[in-house]
Design a protein around this ligand. Structure first.
Ligand code: AGP
Length: 615
């Protein structure tokens, strides 16, 4: 977590960095800080707890001029989110400043060592050891900043993306990464931008270098960009062209990114299957994994690893792969899988699902599986992300940037890719007859229009939200592939409105959660037409018998549930394998409206960050 931005060039650095930090605020918003070196060689370091806007207000009263600077927006790991713990951290002599995203695991021993050498620590952060360590090496070994960074990083255990600014070379910034992302933007007239992702860079240049693990980048106004490994081997920078558009990272007239992203789903789902699905010719193909299709078709089992919403998408994937491709799937929380000494071998295929492609646990789970010889595949949204680069192959979701912390369009895009994958493997295995295959792909092509139709009912969603906005608890129930949808609905509600919510398989309710039901309890039930419909109707009756309030997501034309539910939202009929793509939309919308009505910060919910790059 945490977002970092740095600039060196001919323009004023502060406004560029400030704007960049606002774009990266989704990565953490506990505190923010910017250090700028001005023309008189004064290093002005402004830090504020809270949002970037608070830093902006504070710095407006001070000198923030200078053409080189570094900035940080923090998601607190070590130490409270106060001004002192905010980055940048400055060396004891005030000559150098540093920003860091990641965690230094051996910070305790490094700190003790540095304290014994006379360094005084001001903050409670792990990061502060880095600046003192680099300073110590620089002075003792009489080396320049880049070399001191290199030596220092050889004794650091943990994850880092750092940028160091030093008064003794105002023409240079030194950056390094391991496990936390860092992108270098190559601007005009010798300008360079460094950032945790490309969003702060895109309006200045589309030429970028995605740094690899254990690389150091030196950007210099006179000498340009040079990249070294931390073993000191110079490398040729691999420059890539960004396809990201500025409009994609702006709100485009919506009040919140989350609402914009919910409404983008007809387009994002279409973008996801564009060129991968042809209904007239009757084929599905995923170019990114074509070399692994035979292996997938022969697989005895597939393991899916993910966290949060992406884990819910993996659960939907389990139903799809088992039903269509008849391959057993195990869905694992990446954080549990990596520490469980899992049994994996060369025959296994591990698929990681991650919007950001940077989630630390998912990345570590994949690395573990790779080290045991498994084939590792990725389903990521962010192009060029760490997961997409370490996997043997994969498929992008093409949902476009997702800025709201609550994942919405990424989920439906992940489910779309998983559907395409399951369909193509099923065909390869010969498990899926023509009629069923054609029916599913025909229905899949209609999903964007059907999502659009649900989105037209925003007033109805708002009305329901107004009724339950003050609820303290909520239950979400579903069966079969609606169970992950229930989990996802509950996660959406709790993360942005802070209402306690639980997702359950509907039949499991009577084994405990039913005790919670009274006339105050809203129970959201996914009761669309499908094999479990009648069973779900019985579960609804059980809730009604205890005076619980039923908000049902039903298939258009349903009369049975309509008659017994307190509220209902109708969604268009579709193939049962595709139902999660539609049933999830009303739950996203209701969570959104409830959060807005409660005055919550929808796009930046408390304690959360979009990209969880710490374990
Ligand atoms: C969901 O709304 C959250 N943002 C969170 O659960 C998220 O899905 C999780 O942190 C995984 O992120 P990833 O998809 O980027 O790996």
């Amino acid at each position: 977590m945490c977002g970092i931005v740095a600039y060196i060039g001919k323009e004023q650095a502060f406004p560029i960095i400030l704007k960049g930090l606002k774009r990266l605020e989704y990565r953490g918003y506990d505190s923010a800080g910017i250090a700028v070196l001005n023309d008189d060689s004064s290093l002005n370091n402004y830090k504020r707890s809270g949002k970037v806007s608070e830093l902006e207000e504070f710095a407006a009263q001070h000198d923030s001029t200078g053409t080189v600077g570094i900035g940080h927006t923090r998601w607190a790991t070590h130490g409270l989110p106060n001004n002192i713990n905010a980055h940048p951290h400055v060396s004891s002599d005030g000559e150098m400043a540093l920003i860091h995203n990641g965690i230094i695991e051996n910070y305790d021993s490094l700190r003790e060592e540095l304290m014994s050498r006379g360094y005084v620590f001001k903050s409670e952060t792990d990061t502060e050891v880095l600046i003192h360590l680099i300073d110590d090496i620089k002075k003792n070994e009489q080396v320049k900043t880049a070399e001191a960074v290199r030596i220092a990083l050889n004794s650091v255990i943990g994850a880092y993306a750092i940028v160091v600014l030093s008064k003794d070379n105002p023409n240079q910034l030194v950056a390094a990464r391991k496990s936390s992302p860092l992108v270098v933007g190559i601007g005009k007239d010798g300008a360079f931008y460094l950032a945790s992702d490309a969003t702060p860079i895109i309006e200045y240049t589309n030429e970028v270098v995605y740094m690899e693990d254990e690389e150091i980048a030196v950007v210099d106004r006179n000498d340009g960009l040079r990249i070294f490994s931390i073993q000191d081997k110079e490398k040729v920078p691999y420059i890539q062209r960004l396809e990201l558009k500025l409009e994609a990272i702006e709100k485009g007239g919506y009040e919140h990114f989350m609402l914009k992203e919910i409404h983008e789903q007809p387009r994002s789902i279409k973008d996801c299957f564009r060129g991968r699905l042809n209904v007239d010719e009757g084929w599905v193909k995923l170019g990114g994994i074509k070399d692994y299709e035979s292996k997938l078709a022969k697989a005895k089992r597939i393991i899916m690893v993910a966290c949060g919403t992406s884990w819910h998408a993996a659960l939907v994937g389990e139903y799809l792969f088992e039903d269509l491709a008849r391959i057993p799937v195990e869905v694992e929380y990446a954080s549990e899988f990596r520490y469980r000494n899992p049994i994996i071998d060369e025959d296994d295929i591990v698929i990681a699902i991650s919007q950001s492609g940077e989630t630390a646990d998912t990345l570590a789970a994949l690395n573990l599986a790779k080290s045991k010889g498994a084939t590792i595949l990725g389903i990521c949204n962010v192009v060029g992300s760490s997961i997409s680069r370490i996997t043997h192959a994969g498929s992008y979701t093409h949902a476009g940037p997702e800025i709201g912390v609550a994942s919405t369009k990424a989920f439906t895009a992940q489910v779309t890719v998983l559907t395409l994958m399951a369909l193509s493997i099923a065909r390869k295995k010969g498990n899926l007859d023509d009629t069923k295959f054609r029916r599913i792909i025909t229905e899949l092509e209609l999903i964007p229009d059907k999502v659009a139709k649900i989105l037209e009912q925003s007033e109805k969603h708002e009305e329901i939200s107004a009724v339950y906005k003050d609820a303290r608890n909520a239950l979400y129930l579903g069966r079969g592939n609606s169970f992950p949808v229930a989990l996802e609905g509950a996660l959406k509600l709790k993360e942005i409105s802070y209402i306690h919510a639980e997702g359950y398989p509907a039949a499991e309710m009577k084994h405990g959660p039913i005790a919670l039901i009274d006339e105050e309890m809203p129970v959201f039930v996914i009761a669309t037409k499908g094999p479990s419909y009648e069973k779900v109707v019985s579960n609804i009756q059980e809730v009604k018998a205890r005076k619980g309030k039923i908000i049902a997501v039903i298939t258009e034309g349903d009369t049975q549930v309509k008659a017994i539910a307190d509220h209902y939202i109708e969604i268009p009929d579709t193939d049962e394998n595709l139902a999660p793509l539609l049933a999830t939309i009303p739950l996203q919308l209701i969570s959104y409206y409830v959060a807005v009505m409660r005055g919550a910060n929808v796009d930046q919910p408390r304690n959360l960050a979009k990209s969880v790059t710490v374990e």
